[in-house]
Design a protein around this ligand. Structure first.
Ligand code: NDP
Length: 396
């Protein structure tokens, strides 16, 4: 029975809070804190079976987070605010001696650059403090890392290639919207793509490489090669991997809107003078777009996310695909969320439970593939994300 501090009150947080309340054998009390307290209150009002408190916090300020920790005394801080806040929240956890978990790696606000070095640099300090940081416990990163570790443990003596494939075949009925935080989403996909091959990452122009992939229960969808953060940790921790790539689907309408927004400068992240003050065009665009947490109602269709691996088992070639399919409307019925928030929020809750029950134990900073995948796989299926396997079929 544990108290947790959850930071952020957006689409993912809504699912995390509801799932923690469902798993009341592990989560006994929640403090939900975010920039806008009314958003915390809106989530908290439906939670009846465990105590939940709300607060406002600017999580860019480690001291503000530390003060909340001192007052509430949680065993774990769950960060489902934005990647910009990762380091400040890790600093607060270090100062107060509390475990840390997030769903996205740190990125600085002024450059769209994704790498683990900033958070891995906390390794010695977390070790010395005797606490644990679990990085990237969403779906991708998160479940995708655990799927890879599971494949390695059970089905491969050697992994040669890894393709993470992420399909959202849903329809929210809006002309243009992003399924998770618009700023973070647009920064991610407007960057050059990158894949790992033979010991190095290779850059390609943004969205320049694509192909149709036939997703189970969904069908053919055009999929684009992007850089994604779990590639960096997976090739570090499973160094035998020769090639690692990440693919994500986008519809034509989405790409057309994005191209126009880019062409007119609305996705820029440098300051622009407007009526005597400076604004960041992408931050302004975010204010105009629907919030991810508001997309769930009437959302139809499914997501299909998984890992395809090739390599060797018992001296023979092996091809393996492990995946989850999630239905937007079913998610909405259960927790008033669309499937992208759901597929992220469930593994956040399960990752937290791994720490709080001592199933995953360690001192320092960890990525998901560094732990035994079996208990996580069992729990993530139990709490809403069952997984399926295919042998011998190559999707990519
Ligand atoms: P939302 O934009 O819906 O929510 C973000 C929340 O963080 C908002 O409540 C926001 O407050 C709050 N916040 C922002 N800045 C601060 C701050 N300085 N202090 C306190 N709170 C702050 O995003 P999502 O819920 O969609 O995403 C949450 C996280 O999950 C992101 O980091 C995203 O990258 C990650 N993610 C990971 C995935 C995975 O599979 N690993 C997939 C999807 C998302 P306010 O509303 O007041 O602005």
């Amino acid at each position: 029975m544990s108290k947790v501090l959850i930071i952020g009150a957006g689409g993912v947080s809504n699912v995390v809070v509801r799932k923690c309340a469902q798993n009341s054998a592990v989560y006994s009390e929640i403090l939900l804190a975010s920039r806008t307290q009314s958003k915390c209150d809106a989530i908290a009002k439906d939670i009846k079976n465990i105590p939940i408190h709300t607060a406002s916090v600017n999580a860019d300020e480690a001291k503000e987070v530390a003060a909340l920790i001192r007052d509430f005394k949680p065993e774990l801080v769950i960060n489902v605010a934005l990647p910009y806040q990762d380091l400040a929240i890790m600093d607060a956890c270090l100062a107060e001696g509390v475990h840390y978990l997030d769903a996205a790696n740190y990125e600085p606000k002024d450059v769209a650059h994704f790498e683990y070095s900033w958070q891995w640099a906390y390794q010695e300090r977390f070790k010395k403090a005797g606490i644990m940081a679990l990085l990237g416990s969403g779906f991708d990163p998160g479940v995708s890392n655990v799927y890879t570790a599971y494949a390695k443990k059970h089905y491969f003596d050697r992994i040669d290639t890894l393709d993470i494939v992420d399909c959202n075949a849903g329809n929210h009925g809006k002309a243009f919207a992003t399924n998770f935080n618009p700023e973070i989403n647009i920064r991610e996909i407007t960057q050059p793509g990158s894949f790992y091959k033979d010991g190095a990452f290779h850059e390609i122009p943004a969205m320049s490489q694509h192909q149709p992939i036939n997703y189970p229960q969904v069908g053919d969808r055009e999929s684009y090669l992007l850089f994604h953060e779990e590639l960096e940790s997976l090739v570090k921790h499973i160094p035998e991997i020769k090639q690692a790539r990440f693919w994500m689907t986008f519809g034509q309408a989405y790409l057309t809107h994005l191209a126009v927004l880019q062409d007119v400068g609305m996705t820029r992240i440098d300051p622009v003078k407007f009526q005597g003050r400076e604004i960041i065009p992408l931050e302004f665009l975010k204010a105009l777009l629907p919030e991810p947490g508001s997309l769930g109602e009437n959302y139809t269709g499914k997501t299909c996310i998984g890992c395809q691996l090739t390599g060797i088992k018992d001296g023979k070639p092996q091809t393996y695909f492990v995946y989850n399919v999630c239905d937007h409307a079913e998610c909405y019925k259960e927790v008033k969320a669309q499937a992208v928030s759901y597929t992220t929020g469930v593994p956040v809750m399960v990752g937290g439970a791994m720490i709080l029950t001592g199933t995953w134990k360690g001192e320092g900073v960890f990525n998901m593939e560094q732990f035994d995948p079996d208990p996580f796989m069992e729990q993530v299926a139990k709490w809403g994300l069952p997984w399926h396997e295919m042998f011998g079929t190559k999707l990519v």
